[in-house]
Design a protein around this ligand. Structure first.
Ligand SMILES: Cc1ncc(COP(=O)(O)O)c(C=O)c1O
Length: 412
């Protein structure tokens, strides 16, 4: 649409701010000109995806190790998800939670079927940060206490509650003051959490593996230690499974590696096969929460619910967590040796399943650009970690290609 200068007048004052014609702008110029500006952009335009492959507007193909930042575990345009959306789109698109709906009910059953035993109360929402926001509010409701202990390098989202739990300064500082009562303790240290607990502590909020903060895997006794501490003190354990859930780390949940269940659990990203959705899962011992204490217009939306049912069915039918574990071992066997090479710039290769980080001795951004030029899309995790989150349906030859290109850019 074009809005010409002086088209609009408010009581005689020309609205000159609206004097632009955007009709001839291309995709990139339009996004650069009209978006808020908060996203750093890469110089390609993605137009199509299938499995672990993406194509840009020139027809160039890429092996995708960004995986929709963790939302494409099932691959792009997964047929189970596409079919479910198509069918539901012709039936019912909008249905807020004030009404019952059979698709939503089916999703709730599916979700608790794959959830850790007893996590049988669900709040449905639309994103990861919203799930964290909900979990913080529920922890306050359930305990009557206010404070939350989070971890150094933890990432939980960017809305004000979730941001208060997020560690990274550059995300936090422009928005001070944040919500009071949040403290950060070193990750992987149970005693640090114990020391931080006060009479006001409602919950501990922790990722089973830190993703965004650099792909940090804790020792095997960390989550069990936190579980024990929470049982002793009555503080709630909130596991943030937003990045680690839905088969990403070689188990269905990140907590499954050590058999640890939270009191509350936040999920999002791949829950609906690439369609926006988040959820808070709660232990059933808490019972239903009080009416009207929380809510969301789009929570439990039937289109999203149908996509999520399709997505979870696919995970079950194809035992996606086993595939993730096997492919993760395979990819790791190619990447780990890069840290052992003479004069290497790779400090460490770490992760579980297909959540993998290569910590470099240098800044990662130039290497991401070089990889993209060679047909592989990857992510950073902090300033010097190269993060790989490929769809779990990726093929071995695509992992071979990605590993070869990574080796070429790091050692070429
Ligand atoms: C562990 C974790 N929690 C929360 C979030 C926030 O999710 P969203 O971007 O959907 O708000 C992320 C996103 O990367 C995450 O990795």
């Amino acid at each position: 649409m074009s809005i010409q200068e002086n088209d609009l007048e408010v009581e005689g004052v020309a609205a000159t701010a609206l004097s632009h014609d955007f009709t001839n702008l291309g995709t990139r110029e339009t996004e650069d000109r009209l978006e808020s500006g908060v996203y750093p952009k890469r110089e390609i335009t993605i137009v199509r995806g299938e499995g672990a492959r993406l194509w840009d507007d020139t027809g160039r193909e890429y092996v995708d190790c960004v995986g929709g930042q963790g939302s494409a575990n099932l691959g792009h345009c997964n047929p189970y998800v596409v079919e479910a959306i198509e069918k539901q789109a012709r039936t019912l698109l909008s249905c807020p939670e004030i009404f019952y709906n059979p698709t939503r009910a089916e999703l709730l059953k599916k979700l608790v079927e794959v959830a850790p035993v007893g996590m049988n109360r669900v709040f449905l929402c639309n994103s990861g940060t919203e799930a964290v926001e909900g979990a913080i509010k529920f922890a306050r409701l359930l305990t009557g206490k206010t404070d939350v202990i989070a971890t150094v390098r933890g990432f939980h989202g960017r809305s004000m509650g979730a941001l208060s739990a997020t560690w990274e300064k550059k995300y936090r500082e422009p928005f001070y003051p944040l919500i009071p009562g949040f403290t950060h303790v070193p990750y992987n240290k149970v005693e640090a959490v114990r020391a931080a607990i006060t009479e006001n502590t409602a919950a501990i909020l922790v990722e089973p593996i830190q993703g965004e903060g650099g792909v940090h895997t804790p020792s095997d006794d960390y989550l069990p230690g936190l579980r024990k501490l929470c049982d002793e003190t009555g503080v709630l354990l909130i596991l943030d499974e937003i990045q680690t859930g839905f088969c990403r780390t070689g188990r269905f949940w990140g907590g499954d590696h050590t058999g640890v269940k939270g009191d509350l659990m936040t999920v999002a990203k791949s829950i609906a096969g690439g369609i926006p959705m988040g959820a808070v899962l709660m232990d059933e011992r808490f019972g239903p929460l009080d009416k009207s204490t929380h809510g969301s217009t789009f929570g439990g939306n039937p289109l999203t619910a149908a996509a999520a049912i399709g997505a979870i069915r696919y995970m079950q039918d194809y035992r996606l967590e086993e595939r993730s574990a096997e492919l993760g071992d395979y990819f790791m066997s190619k990447l780990r040796p890069l840290a052992q090479r003479e004069g290497t710039i790779v400090r460490e290769v770490r992760g579980k399943g297909l959540l993998i980080g290569l910590e470099l001795k240098q800044k990662v951004v130039p290497y991401l650009k070089a990889l993209m030029d060679r047909g592989v899309l990857a992510l950073p995790a902090g300033p010097n970690v190269l993060r790989l989150l490929p769809p779990l349906v990726i093929e071995k030859d695509q992992l071979d290609f990605a590993a070869e290109q990574i080796e070429a850019v790091l050692f070429g």
